[in-house]
Design a protein around this ligand. Sequence first.
Ligand code: 26V
Length: 823
Amino acid sequence: MAHFKDNITADSLAERALFHLKYSRGKDLRSATTFDKMMCFSHVVRDMAVDGFIATQRQYLDTDVRRVNYLSMEYLIGKMLANNVVALGIVNESREALKQLDITVEEILELDVEAGLGNGGLGRLAACYLDSLATMELPAYGYGIRYEHGIFRQEFENGWQKERPDEWLALGYPWELVRPEYTLPVCVYGRVKKNFQPGKGASDVWEDFQVFEAVPFDVPIIGYGVNTVNMLRLWKSQPAEGFRLDVFNQGDYVRAVEEKNWAENVSKVLYPSDYTYAGKELRLIQEYFLASCSVRDIIRRYRKTHSDFTKFAEKNVVQLNDTHPTLAIVELMRVLHDEERIPWDKAWEITTSTFCYTNHTLLAEALEKWTVDLLQRVLPRHMQIIFEINHRFLQKVEINHPGEGELMRKVSLIEEGAHKQVRMANLCVIGSSKVNGVSALHSELLKTETMPEFDKVYPGKFTNVTNGITHRRWLIKANPELSELISDQIGEEWMKDLSKLEGFQDAASKRTVQKRFMEIKRAKKVELCETIKELTGYLVSPDSVFDVQIKRLHMYKRQLLKAMHIIHLYNTIKKNPKATVQSKTFIFAAKAAPAYLIAKSVIKLINTMAEVINNDVDVAGRLKVVFLPDYNVSLAEKIIPAADISEQISTAGLEASGTGNMKLSLNGALTVGTWDGANIEIAQHVGEDNIFIFGNRTEDLAVLRRKGYNPWSYVDKSEDLQAVLEAIRDNIFDRTQPDLFKDLYNEVTEHGDFYFYLADYEEYIKCNEEVDKLYAKPSKWAEKAILNVARMGWFSSDRSIQDYCNDIWYLERTPVDMTADIL
Ligand code: 26V
């Protein structure tokens, strides 16, 4: 099939770039900065994407194909230029073309803009899924919010995290296309009036609302080596056109302009606290903003080829990325019932067959519950609809489960109490045809522990889709050297179909391959050393083991347990300066939610430790600690290929899946991990001999909890642990501030050690000793690392998307024909 990059040469790329330099940026080659060149080259690539984009949309329209609409409050897509150049297969042509612009690819890639419109795993997963959907030629739309400020930039001041605004749009974002013609109004506040019409009965009319607008910005998502270019549609809020300042606030012009600003605030900033739900009004409006305009955009598109709603659910599936866009369920009901006048039962049937819901965490503090009061005020008609959904649902439950009052109470959409609340997860389950968790363990716990009543009410609704990652960004792009080694051994088929990576297993025992693998690892470590020097000033050795823990900072992820291990090693050397300790560099990167004080203390502790340990001559050459600031997708792409050890040490049962664990293993890092989330499935795929598993399992912790867990029992029997805890309690790293880390000490002792640090401590230390023993046998180590790479094929997000297609979405592959005359 013809491809839209056919006929692209280095010369034609250079010519187009010079055209954009002149007419998009108003510069000639002499006055152009590196940034200008990056922007104009990105525009050249975007132009190519637009050709594919138009053909793709036309193909979907002409074939009236079933589509998936992925609704997510977060997308962590990271830098796009390199990814797009790889996807279009124009790497060599680009290199050549850029020479004609007197610049290298590396120089312009450095200046590409990182779109950080997400907090962590959930947002990055959405980005990997968009990549797979396009590559697998599936009809898909991503819907999200174009936050003016994405996840905050993290700086350290005296070792403490300081948040700075992310200004990713300040100099212009080359990948978006604004589409003002598809602007939609969004309504909030107001009240509901009963309207009686003779002969027609009563209907509920929402009135006196305030209106603002949603403008879509489309980011093309280019499939790898195919014609498909899907779109990520990001909504920006703005005051409604023709907003009458005099009407809005008579006389006081300045106040009126000020009040007009509230509409701009809706898409102003990403909420940076994952896992802690705060119940803020602006957040609710953001969620409704995404839900409302996305639903109506989907309807608008459907209407191009349909005159009624009978086929709506056949032609559309809407996937809810966690509960954040749940109001989409209610919004679709409102449009179908109130605006389209479809009877309730029919509207409900269409709605529930359209939606599906993915749960991403079992942590209670992340569960979204909006108070009835707030919902009533912001979205009065939606609150009524929620009550009606609940009423009808409970009636059915009563019939099928008579007398089960406790079950009724648990499945109700409304949590009773002083302040009644709407349980968004319950609304998702009731309003969806399928509900999935993100790893085998997590899905099982969701079904049996968190929502067993719903499993009883809806047998068969709960299912699992284990997360995956796109190997195109996380291997081909991030680690071209390792990719080349793989291709030398097994050819290039694996790039298209990661399950083919299996073939690389046979090379694991070959000395020559092991040697090349370790050389590549070292080269990636040398590159990272340079980055570490730039970011922290610390010099670390590529000959030390790189032990990596990179993820959001959360107590359940237990960065503090890693810190305790480091203190243990430090104490060991200080006590016996001749002790043989494997030379290691501990690398952390993590953002803490701005209000999560104890998490911020962990950052301060590790930074304080780093300063002492990295300057202590007694441990020189053996221990180094670095905390890299401002963890984001681009930094992950530099760290992951250089990692020897991947720390995945969450409290069992609490990490829904993890995806960093997959990226690290795919790049040949050995996992040190608990029996949690996708670690379990990684162990099953790479083999338990090729992973380091330690600690209490979910069921062990259940027993400990039941019996009454006492962290002190571990302290009493271990002098080593006592010394580690005292080091934290007394802050041996800075005696001038002895109380600094009392909260951390209390967390794992006095306050009950909610996350079982002490219960897992001893096994963790022993496990790390096993790691060192293995590292002392380089050939064995290399073999296991290579086996990790070779056996990770199953964790491609292509496989996850295939699972979604088979069990949940039922989409058809829709190749895009470029031969037709499109322009
Ligand atoms: C929750 C909340 C609560 C309300 C305020 C804003 C906010 C923002 C994000 C979240 C989501 C936290 C859930 C999350 O990111 N879960 C992670 O999802 C990954 C992808 O499935 C998975 O690999 C991680 O294990 C899981 O922690």
